[in-house]
Design a protein around this ligand. Structure first.
Ligand SMILES: Cc1ncc(COP(=O)(O)O)c(C=O)c1O
Length: 377
């Protein structure tokens, strides 16, 4: 067994795909950070944390058991009620993380009489959920609505339920799904729509509730997933759905039932932040403006960049080349992530540019000036 592992590690290193958990550097204001999912820079606001501590200084640091035993702190109810208020009275169920949620919900809801149609590029947590489900699963080409439509037309009537699964803002590409199209298809074929808004909640929408809110389609999403660990600067995740689905998940969803609940202090922090997200439209507009500016500057420099959001991606191809670009940027105090397979498809290693609202226009210009894709460019 050990020789097998040594071989596997060697193989990963040969492909320049070896990952390490880095020791964090002391954070310095001179570092220009394009690697965080803290899109609204809420995690960097010390005044916010101070006012939280003043108000919530006695909240416990552990739940000590599952939500279904004694771990369901009062703050779970507050958070879920707040989410329900935000999402037009639909029901909310809170999980330990987006990963827990995505690996648990689809396997609980679907059976072998069902069909799941999922975008090819959905997140690893959703892929685990698809693997754990007993439904038939078909992955359609990324954002290819024609293929999705023909799969729906071909399979309509042959399954008890059909689920369409997509992200709203894709985490590694920064491109957006056309929610209008998905809603139209789900209505025409009587399917259910599962939309992961992990990278949109907080950062997008009038009240920061995601892309579906921005398009006025929140109520059309049967299963809307949001995470607290990105723009919302906390931990945990939620699903917005109907009350009977919520009750069903409480009874059936293993990744909700068989794990220790979140510490009350984290829920209190989530509650504190959820009470503020509607007010952050200035920050959201600023982030969108800066993202657009950066994309324009990169295009002007003839860099091939993709993404239509606060996530942009420069596809480099080779792993080694991608690592070298990130290392060169690091020498100029610019922090980016070189994203390699298996996180992204083979041959599409990329520099993932993840913007946050506190970046200045000068920071963006510095990034553009220092980005060299090929020697001499
Ligand atoms: C699209 C998507 N869904 C779910 C998750 C998992 O969320 P969490 O970090 O809360 O486990 C991620 C995390 O990167 C993600 O990108």
């Amino acid at each position: 067994m050990y020789s097998k592992i040594d071989k596997a590690l060697e193989n990963i290193k040969e492909k320049n795909a070896f990952r390490q958990i880095k020791t964090p550097e002391i954070s310095s204001p001179s570092i220009i950070d394009f690697s965080t999912n803290d899109y609204l820079a809420l995690a960097q606001k010390t005044d916010l944390l101070e006012s939280f501590y003043q108000e919530y200084h006695q909240v416990h640091l552990t739940a000590s058991s599952s939500r279904l035993l004694s771990g369901n702190h009062l703050y779970y109810n507050k958070v879920e009620r707040k989410l329900s208020d935000l999402y037009a009275s639909k029901s909310a169920l809170f999980f330990n993380s987006g990963y827990h949620l995505n690996i648990g919900v689809l396997p609980s809801l679907s059976s072998k009489k069902d069909l799941i149609l999922a975008d090819k590029l959905v997140h690893a947590s959703l892929i685990e959920g698809l693997k754990l489900s007993s439904a038939k699963v078909i992955r359609y080409k990324h954002l290819n609505y024609e293929q999705l439509e023909s799969l729906l037309a071909k399979n309509y009537g042959s399954y008890e339920n059909i689920f369409i699964v997509s992200e709203s803002i894709f985490s590694m590409d920064g491109d957006l799904v056309d929610i209008n199209k998905l809603v139209d298809l789900k209505r025409r074929f009587g399917a259910y729509l599962y939309l992961d808004e992990a990278h949109a909640v907080g950062a997008v929408g009038l009240k920061g509730l995601g892309l579906a809110e921005e398009k006025g389609l929140n109520l059309e999403i049967d299963f809307l997933v949001g995470t607290m660990g990105k723009a919302l600067a906390s931990v945990g995740a939620y699903i917005i759905t109907s009350e009977n689905i919520k009750e069903y998940l409480i009874n059936k969803c293993r990744s909700l039932i068989y794990t220790t609940a979140l510490p009350p202090v984290n829920l209190a922090w989530s509650y504190f932040l959820l009470n503020q997200i509607s007010e952050l439209s200035h920050e959201r507009k600023d982030l969108a403006k800066k993202s657009k500016y950066l994309k324009e500057q990169l295009i002007a420099k003839a860099v091939e960049v993709q993404g239509d959001s606060h996530i942009l991606a420069v596809i480099v191809g080779e792993n080694k080349k991608c690592i070298d670009i990130a290392s060169r940027l690091e020498l100029s105090n610019i922090k980016v992530q070189a994203i390699r397979p298996p996180t992204v498809p083979e041959g599409t290693a990329r520099i993932r540019i993840s913007l946050h609202q506190k970046l200045s226009y000068q920071d963006l210009d510095t990034f553009v000036d220092n980005l060299t894709i090929t020697d001499g460019n």
